[in-house]
Design a protein around this ligand. Structure first.
Ligand code: AMP
Ligand code: MG
Length: 343
């Protein structure tokens, strides 16, 4: 059966969509919901049978743990243990960034099914600041597990139509909340005690940046490979976020020499002649991430959309320009590196 999309652009429609989503979640079903990062595929996090449907719809390997969304900060101790020695730092971080796109990995409580955490002793928690998501999770009154609403390994959806393209006929409902504000997945961190400051490790870069976190501890980034996949950084497969078309991330324009007969598309950062990429080939299409002259948040919002559109062309290769590696640029470069490693 085709999957219905419920609109939310008028208050009564929003009300109906929220009611229907909550009804389905209570019945142990999955529902695609908008968040401020990307669209999530939601299920009751404490109901393993419902969570299993997420994996089924996404064709996601069960070793990949899911993020748990809480109705509010007060629900933290229903699913996680907060070690005494990081309590203060955690409080400061949640006060500053929750609700918002920051996911924190903490020791889990027994009520969280192993399926949610892929058997790990920890759980990744977040409180969304999206109007619709907030209403659904608060009305449900229980934590929701919600990974991105795409098939495993493919591009995260930032609109209801993108979810439909991935999961039509596989899930009972998509709630349309328009385009996502950030367009990139949440930042994931873990916190360890330290003197004089706690140690904050960025497990996945995202909208809350290293610069944002610096005020709250000593921050480090982990760059992972497939080898340590199963242990420290489950789920961050090198092939995550990959389009079907091979993708090459350039370091400088001279790294690219087009082959005769091959068709190429360019993912340009700001579409400027002077950057040296526009003239490199007979591009079948050029899409610019930040036409507003190179602003990282604008690029982030368009990132997955542009990747999807370029992927539809059926060219031999998508070529990506590099961008600044600070702020949200770190997350996009991370994703481009992973996407390019698939091939
Ligand atoms: P998403 O698809 O946005 O829900 O992201 C899920 C990702 O969160 C996984 O692929 C993991 O990388 C990360 N994650 C979830 N739970 C944990 C955990 N307990 N420890 C470390 N990373 C986690
Ligand atoms: Mg995902």
């Amino acid at each position: 059966m085709p999957t219905p999309i419920l609109p939310t652009d008028l208050p009564p429609l929003m009300h109906q969509a929220v009611e229907e989503a909550v009804r389905l979640l209570r019945a142990g079903e999955v529902v695609a919901l908008p968040t401020e990062t990307v669209y999530g595929l939601a299920a009751d996090a404490l109901n393993p049978a419902a969570v299993a449907k997420i994996f089924e719809a996404k064709e996601r390997p069960t070793f990949d743990p899911l993020i748990v969304h809480l109705p509010d900060k007060k629900h933290l101790d229903t699913v996680a243990e907060v070690p005494e020695d990081i309590q203060k730092t955690l409080n400061k971080l949640t006060e500053r960034f929750w609700p918002g796109p920051l996911t924190i990995v903490l020791p889990k409580k027994a009520c969280v099914p192993d399926l949610v955490t892929a058997g790990l002793p920890t759980v990744a928690v977040r409180v969304s600041n999206h109007g619709i998501f907030k209403r659904v999770v608060q009305e449900l009154g229980k934590p929701i597990a919600a990974p991105s609403a795409n098939r495993f390994g493919s591009i995260s959806p930032t609109s209801a139509n993108a979810v439909l393209a991935e999961l039509d006929g596989r899930i009972p409902l998509i709630v349309d909340g328009g385009a996502c504000l950030h367009g990139l997945e949440s930042t994931i961190i873990k916190i360890e005690p330290g003197t004089p400051k706690a140690l904050i490790t960025i497990l996945r870069p995202g909208p809350i940046t290293l610069e944002d976190l610096k005020l709250y501890g000593k921050v480090q980034r982990v760059t992972r490979t497939v080898v340590d996949e199963a242990t420290e950084a489950p789920g961050q497969l090198a092939s995550h976020y990959a389009p079907r078309t091979p993708l090459r991330l350039l370091s400088r324009p001279s790294d690219f020499i087009p082959e005769v007969g091959k068709r190429y598309a360019l993912m340009s950062y700001r579409g400027e002649e002077k950057d040296g990429y526009l003239d490199l080939a007979e591009w079948e299409q050029v899409m610019v991430l930040s036409p507003g002259n190179g602003k990282l948040p604008e690029a982030a919002v368009r990132f997955f959309y542009v990747l999807r559109e370029l992927d539809k062309l059926g060219v031999d290769e998508i070529v990506a320009e590099p961008m600044h590696e600070h702020g949200m640029g770190a997350a996009m470069m991370d994703k481009l590196r992973r996407a390019s490693k698939k091939w």
